[in-house]
Write a protein that binds this ligand. Structure first.
Ligand SMILES: C[S@@+](CC[C@H](N)C(=O)[O-])C[C@H]1O[C@@H](n2cnc3c(N)ncnc32)[C@H](O)[C@@H]1O
Length: 233
């Protein structure tokens, strides 16, 4: 894909950079050979059963939106070999990094999408996912940018459609206003039940949590996090 094509692709919920430092020869090669092999092809109709996306048998399906460095995605994929993971990340350098890890670790239960997650969500069939992870989404802390936040009424409708009944939506953030925003949007939506019964439930990281690169930066800058879990009702 050329830069011109990349810029011209319409996106609804992606406002970030698509490219960082220029990739070196081997990195470009990896992107050219591995990306087509791991990419979910939205031009084709979804398979009748999404486990057909994976070369290994999978019993559950989990989506991570904006995987960044990919540490969490790789960790979870290794930890849960019978779960199929779809990771979405439009930032090319991060995608390249993830594919390098996938190749190195020989992980076969990951598939990726390299553009706005709303496109993948609209492609997915109803009630197909067991979990959606939205970990440290771009915070857009300025009030005038809040409308860019990935959590929105329309995206919660999307989540609600693709999640199975009782499936989970996990949201982590170090930005107080985004945490409150997400709680308010989920409450207003009505299709998500916050599972916390006490403060420890949202202050304690998820079981087996490996951390993420963005979280490490938040800690260095003195910010703590909230880990929200919602059940799709
Ligand atoms: C703040 S970073 C967090 C990355 C990673 N989850 C972490 O915790 O280190 C947010 C990520 O979401 C990605 N992103 C932003 N909008 C997106 C969208 N509409 N669809 C998919 N990914 C998106 C960005 O490219 C970026 O890598």
């Amino acid at each position: 894909m050329t830069d011109t094509e990349r810029r011209s692709r319409a996106t609804e919920a992606f406002y970030g950079r698509r490219k960082g430092k220029a990739l070196r020869g081997q990195q470009v090669g990896r992107l050219e050979t591995l990306l087509p092999a791991f990419l979910v092809d939205l031009d084709a109709a979804p398979p009748q059963s999404l486990d057909a996306l994976f070369p290994v048998p999978v019993e559950r399906l989990r989506l991570e939106i904006g995987f960044g460095g990919g540490e969490h995605l790789i960790h979870r994929a290794k930890e849960n070999p019978t779960t199929g993971f779809i990771g979405v990340e439009p930032f090319v350098n991060s995608m390249q990094k993830l594919l390098a890890h996938v190749e190195e670790a020989g992980v076969s239960n990951i598939r990726v999408y390299d553009d706005d997650a709303t496109q993948l969500l609209d492609w997915l069939p109803d009630a197909c996912l067991d979990q959606i992870d939205l970990l440290y989404p771009d915070p857009w802390p300025k009030t005038r940018h809040w409308k860019r936040r990935f959590v929105s009424a329309v995206n919660l409708d999307r989540f609600h459609r693709v999640l199975k009944p009782d499936a989970l939506f996990c949201f982590a953030s170090d930005i107080d206003t985004y945490v409150n925003w997400t709680l308010q949007h989920c409450r207003a939506h009505g299709g998500f039940e916050w599972t916390a019964s006490n403060a420890a439930d949202w202050l304690t990281p998820y079981a087996g949590w490996p951390g993420t690169r963005y979280e490490a930066k938040a800690r260095r800058e003195g910010r703590s996090s909230a880990y929200l879990t919602f059940k799709r009702v």
